[in-house]
Design a protein around this ligand. Structure first.
Ligand code: SAH
Length: 243
C-alpha cells in the first residue's frame, strides 16, 4: 500500500520540528508543499525532490501528492504548525476518497497557538478558544458569533489569520466584539514570525490591540478576565493559589 505522510513542520525553525517529523521527512522521496514552507525546510533535507504549488491551490497540491504516491514513491505533504489546525490533513482525507489504495498518516506538529504562547509567557494556562479571522472559507457572520460567544464565556481567545491585504480592519472589528464583554485593559499579546527570523512578541491591552495593525505572519492572544501582566509577560492564572 502507498503511504502519504501529512507532516506539521512547526512554526518555522528546524529545532521546533518534532523528531518524528524530521525522521519522516528524512525517509521520504518527495516533499510536497506550499512554496514558503518548502523553502523553510529545504536545506535540512538534501537529495529530496520538492514539489510546490502556490497559495490557494490546496486541492491541486493534494492531488499532486496522491499522484506521486501512486507511482510508488514515499511522499510527505508538509504544512506549517500542525497539519490539523487550519492545515491540510482534512482536505487530504476528503480528496483521499478517490485514492482508497493510498494510506494517510498524520504527523502532529507544534501549532502557532502554543509556540507563540511560549514567547508571550503563559497566556493559555486555562480554557481557550481558537478562532480564525479569515472569511475565505467561513462567513464573517459566523466568525462574529464565535468571537462573541467565546468572549461572553470568558475564554482566552487565540486568533489565527488576523489580517491580510484585503482585511485590514478585521482585528479591530474582533476587538470591538470582545469589548462588549471584556474590559479595555484586558491583557493581550501578539507574536510575529514565531520561530522564524524576526520573531517579535508584544504584550498590550485590548484597547491598544484594537489600534494595532498586524500582518498574516502574526498570531494574536486576547486574555480572559483573569489574565495579568507579570514580568512584562502575558499570564493567565489557573487558580492554584485559590484552592
Ligand atoms: N497550521 C498552522 C496554521 C495555518 S493558518 C499552525 O498550526 O500553526 C495561518 C495562520 O497561522 C497565520 O495567519 C498566523 O496567524 C498563524 N501562524 C502560523 N505560523 C506562524 C508563525 N510562524 N508565526 C506567527 N503566526 C503564525
Amino acid at each position: 500500500m502507498n503511504t502519504i505522510y501529512v507532516v506539521g513542520i512547526g512554526p518555522g525553525a528546524y529545532e521546533k520540528m518534532t523528531v518524528e517529523a524530521a525522521q519522516v521527512l528524512k525517509s521520504c522521496d518527495v516533499i510536497v508543499g506550499y512554496t514558503v514552507y518548502v523553502d523553510l525546510v529545504k536545506e535540512h533535507f538534501p537529495g529530496k525532490e520538492f514539489l510546490t504549488t502556490p497559495m490557494k491551490r490546496e486541492a491541486e497540491r493534494c492531488e499532486l501528492a496522491f499522484r506521486e504516491a501512486e507511482k510508488g514513491r514515499k511522499v510527505a505533504m508538509i504544512c506549517s504548525g500542525d497539519a490539523g489546525v487550519y492545515g491540510m490533513s482534512g482536505l487530504m482525507y476528503e480528496i483521499g476518497e478517490q485514492y482508497p489504495d493510498t494510506e494517510l498518516r498524520i504527523i502532529g506538529g507544534l501549532t502557532a497557538a502554543t509556540s507563540g504562547a511560549a514567547v508571550l509567557g503563559a497566556p493559555l494556562i486555562h480554557d481557550f478558544a481558537v478562532i480564525s479571522l479569515s472569511d475565505l472559507l467561513t462567513p464573517w457572520e459566523k466568525i462574529e458569533k464565535r468571537i462573541l460567544a467565546a468572549a461572553e464565556a470568558d475564554f482566552v481567545i487565540c486568533l489565527y489569520n488576523p489580517s491580510s491585504r484585503k482585511r485590514h480592519d478585521y482585528l479591530q472589528k474582533a476587538c470591538d466584539l470582545v469589548l462588549r464583554y471584556q474590559k479595555p485593559e484586558t491583557v493581550c499579546g501578539y507574536v510575529k514570525n514565531i520561530g522564524r527570523e524576526g520573531e517579535e512578541g508584544h504584550v498590550l491591552t485590548l484597547e491598544q490591540l484594537r489600534g494595532t495593525e498586524v500582518d498574516m505572519f502574526t498570531t494574536v492572544w486576547i486574555g480572559n478576565s483573569q489574565t495579568r501582566e507579570l514580568r512584562g509577560k502575558m499570564v493567565t492564572p489557573r487558580g492554584y493559589r485559590n484552592v
